[in-house]
Design a protein around this ligand. Structure first.
Ligand SMILES: *Cc1c(COP(=O)(O)O)cnc(C)c1O
Length: 371
């Protein structure tokens, strides 16, 4: 890497070693690069139904006030969220997406040489943020595509500081359950903070899904992360939140930049919370379309991992990377899994019926011409 072009300031090797996060390609980029008119993005688990009309209205109404700085403390949004969750405002921190809270956590709680335990594969940002703090990432392989909490607990040492439990786990869509999580938390040493990333919380329908809010109410060393990016359809606005006991939130607040969540994001999030129909509609769509995709994938002879989120991990086989590219040329963006060490798989966001049919139709054509 062009080290000689950098200013003469020492950059630690652990930062130079970081592989940047590669997000799903934006629609405009694919149109531009491939000269396509119509592109469907099924790569970043966005909500195909869009945001709540109430959120759009709130943004319009607030637009003329963007000359003013946002409420840096997010007073109203934190108040409404805390009431909804049966907690207090001091139990909540807002972030520029829940991504930002992951980075606040590693900056505040992790020093060089200390360890972070994550699932392998799991959401890539945990590892990137841990490395930025000079942390050592301890990856624990999944078992049957689920986080292996037993092995993760066995990986704890005196240097462990953070354990990330991505639930549902991205990219597999699987969950760990209440009893497993209780066992995991039992007798955990006090120098450890457990983060439950629940970005897909609202989509889960398994009754065994853990009630992690109880862990916060029990004053345990846990942080729950949730977001407006997924079911609420506000990914472009960047707003998520962390839930924890007051002492943890207070210390995270020291690292937060004063206006981290913009005012349009705040009003849109508030309006979204008032639109339960939007959430119900979105959940219903995923429930139905999940079954539709399952049955069509079975007919195509493809295996997949049953999901609790709005995406499906599909096994394509050796040529998965080529198939991802062939789909792209047909204007369908899915997520290749080479970066997650699952090179025979693709991860596909569940879309509308029309989008899913286009994806399946293209996939079928590509597979039959390849075979
Ligand atoms: C999408 C996603 C997030 C990021 O959400 P933002 O709030 O948009 O930053 C966090 N964790 C997981 C597992 C995700 O898939």
């Amino acid at each position: 890497m062009g080290r000689e072009n950098l200013p003469q300031i020492s950059i630690p090797p652990y930062i130079l070693r970081i592989k940047p996060y590669v997000p799903g390609k934006p629609i405009e980029e694919v149109k531009r690069e491939l000269g396509l008119k119509k592109v469907i993005k099924l790569a970043s688990n966005e909500n195909p139904l869009g945001p709540s009309p109430k959120a759009i209205q709130a943004i319009k109404e607030y637009a003329a006030q963007v000359n003013l700085y946002p409420d840096g403390g997010g007073w109203r949004l934190r108040k409404v969220l805390s009431e909804k969750l049966g907690l207090e405002r001091e139990n909540i921190i807002l972030g520029n997406g829940s991504d930002e809270i992951v980075s606040l956590i590693t900056r505040v709680f992790l020093r060089e040489g200390e360890e972070v335990i994550i699932g392998d594969p799991s959401f890539l940002m945990y590892s990137i943020d841990a490395q930025l703090s000079g942390g050592k990432v301890i990856s624990v392989s999944l078992k049957d595509f689920r986080l292996d909490l037993k092995k993760m607990k066995e990986a704890i040492t005196s240097k462990t500081r953070l354990i990330f439990i991505d639930n549902p786990n991205n990219p597999t869509g699987t969950i760990v359950k209440e009893d497993e999580v209780r066992d995991f938390l039992d007798k955990l040493p006090p120098h450890i903070l457990v983060i439950f990333d629940e970005a897909y919380y609202e989509y889960v329908d398994d009754p065994g899904y853990p009630q992690t809010l109880d862990f916060v109410k029990e004053e345990r060393n846990v942080i729950i992360l949730r977001t407006f990016s997924k079911i609420y359809g506000l990914a472009g606005l960047r707003v998520g939140y962390g839930i924890a006991k007051k002492e943890i939130i207070a210390v995270l607040n020291r690292a937060r930049s004063p206006f981290n969540v913009n005012s349009l994001a705040q009003v849109a999030a508030l309006a979204s919370l008032e639109d339960e129909d939007q959430v119900k509609r979105s959940r219903k769509l995923i429930e139905e379309e999940k079954e539709f995709l399952y049955s069509r994938l079975r007919k195509l002879g493809l295996s997949f991992i049953p999901t609790q989120a709005n995406f499906i991990l599909i096994k394509i086989g050796k040529g998965a990377g080529k198939i991802e590219q062939a789909l792209l040329r047909r204007g369908i963006i899915v997520r290749g899994m080479a970066g997650y060490d699952l090179s025979e798989y693709i991860r596909v966001t569940i879309g509308t019926r029309k989008q899913n049919e286009e994806f399946l139709g293209s996939l079928q054509k590509i597979l039959s011409s390849a075979g």
